[in-house]
Each structure stands twice: as structure tokens, then as C-alpha cells.
Design a protein. Structure first.
Length: 227
């Protein structure tokens, strides 16, 4: 619903020429291949979430009927490098869900290393097993000088060279189709319903209090990186 609302607002407020600025010829390209694939949005570093999505055969859109069941296992626990299997994840806006059974999930490793993501897909009594290697890297301690990042107003992208508006729309649509957009939306929604456990008030974990600035510093950054 939020995605539809944002899209309508962008179309209404953007200049008329923007509506023809996007080539929609491949907007319904088939994302899924002949077998299930695992799509990974890598973590920014240890302690940052890794988003992982299963893309079943012939997958076209997040609203496609999906009768598959998914069960995820991750090597390495959240707290050490012992190699123990971990079946917990963030799914549907809820953290520490176990077993991990969503199509689009999120897992966090707290130490650098190479880990394995194992997925069991079941449909009509048939089982498919997949393994994906995920590398969690430590950020470069000596990065080049930082540049100031500017989040441009979406309508200004139309005037930018290199079809920036078209890239934005296509990228956002692909996030939506794969399910990453919905996953991030559920995390945002979950921050409303998760209540503080410290103190006598009943404020939202990320709203109406001192956690609001750091939460909304992190979340747009994480969204932009995922995009």
C-alpha cells in the first residue's frame, strides 16, 4: 500500500515529460530461471544485515502465486565463528524468527568471514536444495576521502544525464518485484509495533523518543545501499 501511494504521488507531482522518460519495454522480464536461485544484498560489514531472497523458477513478480515452502539455515552462529548451524533470521518485520521460513529474509553475521546459506525448497512433495556462499568483509580502515552524499529530489533526476530517473524507477521496481522493498517496509512497520521495555512509558522502539534520530539515520542509509 505504501509503495502504491508513493508511486501515485510521484506520478502526480512529476513534470509531464517524466512519464515518458522511462523505457518500460522490459518491466515484466522474467526474473526466475529454470531452477530456484538465491539473490543476496551483501552486508556493509560485520554486524550489518544481509538480505537474502529466493527466486523460484519463472518468477516474475512478488504477487505471483507461490506454493513453495522455504527453510533457511546459515553456517556460523550470530555470536561466534564456530561453524554451528543457525536457523534464525529476520522475517516479516520480526527479528530472531526460528525456524526461518520466508521467501525474503535477513541474517546478520557479527564477524568477518565466508559463510554458507543453505535453502531447502519444497513444492508438491519435491525438494530442491541450494547453497550460496556469502562473504562478510571488514570495511577498509583507510578509505579514500569521503565525499558529501546528496539525496536528490526525485523530480530533479529527470534533468540528470545518463537517464538517472529511468534507472531510479527501474531499480525501485526491481526491488519491489524481488521482494526486498516489501521486506524493508515490514522492518519499518515493525519498528512502530515493537515497544520499549525500559522505563514506564510505552513508546515505539524507533519513534517518539531519543532513538528516532539514530534509527532514521541508519534506515535510509540501509535502504539506499540495498537499492
Amino acid at each position: 500500500m505504501l509503495f502504491i501511494f508513493i508511486t501515485i504521488i510521484l506520478l502526480i507531482t512529476a513534470p509531464q515529460r517524466s512519464r515518458s522518460a522511462v523505457d518500460w519495454s522490459d518491466r515484466w522480464e522474467i526474473l526466475g530461471g529454470k531452477s530456484t536461485t538465491i539473490y543476496v544484498v551483501p552486508a556493509l560489514g560485520p554486524g550489518w544485515p544481509t538480505i537474502i531472497a529466493a527466486i523460484p523458477p519463472g518468477f516474475n513478480h512478488f504477487m505471483d502465486p507461490d506454493d513453495n515452502s522455504y527453510h533457511w539455515t546459515f553456517t556460523g552462529s550470530n555470536n561466534n565463528q564456530s561453524g554451528e548451524a543457525d536457523t534464525s533470521c529476520t522475517f516479516d518485520g520480526k527479528a530472531h524468527v526460528s525456524p526461518c521460513t520466508g521467501r525474503v529474509v535477513e541474517h546478520t553475521w557479527y564477524a568477518p568471514g565466508t559463510y554458507k546459506v543453505m535453502l531447502v525448497v519444497t513444492k508438491n512433495g519435491k525438494t530442491e536444495r541450494l547453497t550460496k556462499t556469502v562473504e562478510v568483509k571488514t570495511p577498509d580502515p583507510s578509505p579514500p576521502p569521503y565525499k558529501v552524499a546528496v539525496r536528490q529530489e526525485v523530480r530533479d533526476l529527470i534533468a540528470q544525464p545518463g537517464n538517472q530517473f529511468q534507472k531510479f524507477v527501474k531499480g525501485l521496481l526491481r526491488m519491489k518485484r524481488i521482494g526486498v522493498y516489501n521486506h524493508l517496509s515490514q522492518i519499518h512497520a515493525g519498528s512502530f509495533y515493537t515497544r520499549r521495555t525500559i522505563g514506564i512509558d510505552n513508546r515505539s522502539a524507533a519513534h517518539g523518543g531519543p532513538t528516532f534520530p539514530p534509527w532514521y539515520h541508519f534506515f535510509p542509509y540501509f535502504f539506499s545501499f540495498s537499492f
